[in-house]
Ligand binder design. Structure first.
Ligand SMILES: Nc1ncnc2c1ncn2[C@@H]1O[C@H](COP(=O)(O)OP(=O)(O)O)[C@@H](O)[C@H]1O
Ligand SMILES: [Mg+2]
Length: 264
């Protein structure tokens, strides 16, 4: 489904601030994979998602989504196949528009001559049905401006809007990190349901080890631009916090053990 071949990326190349992020990263994501990605601060997790979605150009290598070399496409073109949810709840939706307008816009995304702001009345009952599944009462508020919603409500809305566009690939970058713990758990559950129900191929970056362990069929750990752990199938199912800590130790030694940010 997704193939990353020999990815190289340096920020501020040829300057004193030059920073090598990736130096020959290879990764193959299978169709239907739900991969959780962990790694210490600055490991390159967000950069990787930015590169996949085309926000950041690569220096060397190639990225294929199915048989399309997306690393050669401009961002707005790969947007048609890739859905994203960021950490910041204000990023995925438009605050001055209503829930209905936001959902209508999401529904039009990817249509060849789309991007019409027109609201298709036929869709209203479908939108309400999707919203009612969230159990947040949003189906009663479809004419409310999204800017009035809480962070958790906005992330939930962003998730269903993104899923509605039927992306070939879903990228989640610490999308619950800005929420309070209770809301975060709710959104994680919703994420799991949506990904499973729609069989979305998904990469989810998280700082929460429990989420990384409990969700998905595969767990990847990034460190200094390399995949240092790639656990899937039965091994992933049987994974525990203790086992993961032990693997960290074996693979990377002491400094990662002491990386508090990862275990917060
Ligand atoms: N646009 C950029 N220009 C220069 N350096 C960047 C840029 N984006 C990220 N970096 C640097 O690349 C490294 C990896 O960042 P990032 O991918 O955000 O890490 P993570 O998401 O794993 O915490 C960091 O050292 C960060 O400062
Ligand atoms: Mg990040």
């Amino acid at each position: 489904m997704l193939q990353i071949k020999n990815l190289c990326k340096v920020f501020n190349n040829n300057t004193v601030n030059g920073k090598k992020i990736f130096h020959g990263l290879n990764l193959t994501v299978n169709k239907g994979d739900f991969i959780t990605i962990i790694g210490s601060n600055g490991a390159g997790k967000s950069t990787l998602l930015n590169i996949i979605s085309g926000t950041i150009p690569i220096d060397q290598g190639a990225i294929y989504l199915e048989d399309i070399e997306i690393s050669k496409l401009l961002e707005h073109k790969s947007n048609r196949f890739i859905g994203r949810v960021f950490q910041d709840p204000s990023k995925g939706t438009s605050p001055s528009m209503t829930i209905l307008e936001n959902m209508s816009m999401a529904k039009n995304k990817g249509k060849r001559f789309g991007f019409s702001f027109g609201i298709d009345k036929k869709n209203i009952s479908y939108f309400k049905e999707l919203l009612s599944k969230l159990d947040l009462g949003l189906e009663e508020k479809i004419n409310s401006k999204v800017g009035l919603l809480s962070g958790g409500q906005r992330q939930a809305l962003t998730l269903i809007m993104t899923a509605m566009t039927e992306p070939k690939l879903l990228l989640l970058d610490e999308h619950t990190a800005a929420l309070d713990p209770k809301t975060s758990e709710k959104i994680i559950k919703l994420t799991d349901n949506i990904v499973k129900e729609r069989k979305l191929t998904t990469l989810m970056v998280t700082h929460n080890l429990n989420h990384a362990i409990n969700l998905g069929n595969r767990l990847i750990m990034l460190h200094e631009g390399k995949v240092i752990l790639d656990i899937e199938g039965k091994e992933k199912k049987n994974l525990t916090r203790g086992k993961l800590l032990q693997l960290f130790g074996e693979n990377k030694g002491k400094d990662l053990f002491s990386d508090r940010s990862l275990f917060a």
